[in-house]
Write a protein that binds this ligand. Sequence first.
Ligand SMILES: Cc1cc2nc3c(=O)[nH]c(=O)nc-3n(C[C@H](O)[C@H](O)[C@H](O)COP(=O)(O)OP(=O)(O)OC[C@H]3O[C@@H](n4cnc5c(N)ncnc54)[C@H](O)[C@@H]3O)c2cc1C
Length: 495
Amino acid sequence: MAEATIHYDVLVVGTGNAACCAALAAVEGKARVGILEKAAKRDRGGNSALTGHIRFVFNGIEDLRPLVKNTSDAELRALLERLPQRTEADAWDEVMRVTDNQSDQEMLQVHVTESLKTMHWLAAMGHDWVPGSQWNENILNPNGGGFGLQQRHCTLLEKAGAVFHYDSPAVGLVQDATGRVTGVRALTAEGYKVFSAKAVVLACGSFEANPEMRARYLGPGWDMVRVRGVPFNTGDGLRMALDIGAMPHGSWSSCHASPQDINLPPFTVPSAAMHADKNRYMHPYSIMVNMRGERFVDEADDLRGKTYAKMGRAILAQPGGVAFQVLDAKARNMNLYPPNYAKATTARADTLEKLAEQLDINVPNFVRTVREFNAAIPANLPPFSRNPVVLDGRSTQGLTLPKSNYSMTVEEPPFEAWPVRCGMTFTFGGLRTEAKTAQVQHVAGWPIAGLYAAGEMAGGLWVGNYASGSGMMAGATFGRIAGIHAATAAHQQPR
Ligand SMILES: Cc1cc2nc3c(=O)[nH]c(=O)nc-3n(C[C@H](O)[C@H](O)[C@H](O)COP(=O)(O)OP(=O)(O)OC[C@H]3O[C@@H](n4cnc5c(N)ncnc54)[C@H](O)[C@@H]3O)c2cc1C
């Protein structure tokens, strides 16, 4: 079948947050925008449509007011009691802290300095936020969650005249004789088509849903993990870009993977239902043991939002890729469980032995682990902290494997255990992009004319770990930058 050609100024690949921000910025820059999406319309929005919150820089109530519609100053002040501000310096330090100072400094500089500006731009586009949950380090959530945000993105784009092509996976980049990217080849219901464009923005996710690439880059065992998000992000954009000489960048051997309910489904597609149901982020308050009945990780070497994304790897390395979060009655009495634990898979017993039997784990080892842990908790610890942004310094003493914060004895029946597995969120390896323009770099050291990338596809920011809420902020920031520069580049091309 002959390939049809469709002309745009800017062609965006994907309908996640990064893609939509790129498309909105390109429309604002007076470009004719086309959007290719692999999924059907009902499944649009990518992982972005499954999210809940966003991490951004703010210096006080004045910065928050433009972001909310129906939230009073009193409610904003209550949020600020939990976290009065996140300065640019704080935001820089947070990322450097979780990445062991390995984040790309140029990318991080832009991520940090553009975040508030990007939030206000999104608000001017028609988005708004609502107060976030008390369990989170981030104080605002998009109105309607990530699903609401993505629906608004798409409605805004439809109204602005951007043309969506669903069920149309991009399969390759098209170049002219000079190496400029001039379009994308896609597989549509009518066969292969070339969507020609003066500039292309790739924002079609990382390779988290591709078992072959996971095994190749992340290592043995990763091929079998379950995916928290959409099944569509199979690394297509990365492969297409690498095929024409794009430079890989960042940490291709690490990823965001978190503790999830043992019954996590193989993947999830966007819907109005919130998708935090399967998150099992009580690790900082619990002790985690494996099938041998042994602890294997410091459950709280940092805040929940700065440890959950690396916990999946630790769990995957355990026998059967399974672990158990164990708490005693104190956690219930103190009301520590987030609401999503109400539907969690759990075991409950009046003795440690019976709990271990129910879980089918090594009973004597488990009982010894708990007793040693209890004995390692000094009597004169500081008060327990419920604030998700405050470490309380309640550390064990004398254990080879310490628990650095939030330590409480496990001794008051009933005892509860939550079986967890590793859930893959997204991978960190991406393309080298120029931080201020989002233009993709060639392995030869020059920028690839006509090619931009954003969101999970842009490598460099995350290495080994991640701070909660950063993915949506990075997607918006670099998506917007990509759209601005793609539109400018398109206008510089002959009509
Ligand atoms: C369950 C879950 C919860 C999360 N919660 C949060 C949170 O609260 N806050 C936060 O900041 N981050 C969160 N994240 C991470 C966040 O989702 C990502 O960092 C962010 O969505 C990345 O945006 P993106 O636009 O790059 O990718 P995505 O939103 O995943 O979009 C990629 C798009 O590309 C499309 N696509 C893929 N291949 C092709 C192809 N060949 N052709 C055309 N289209 C293609 C996909 O269908 C999709 O529409 C969460 C992730 C998951 C899975």
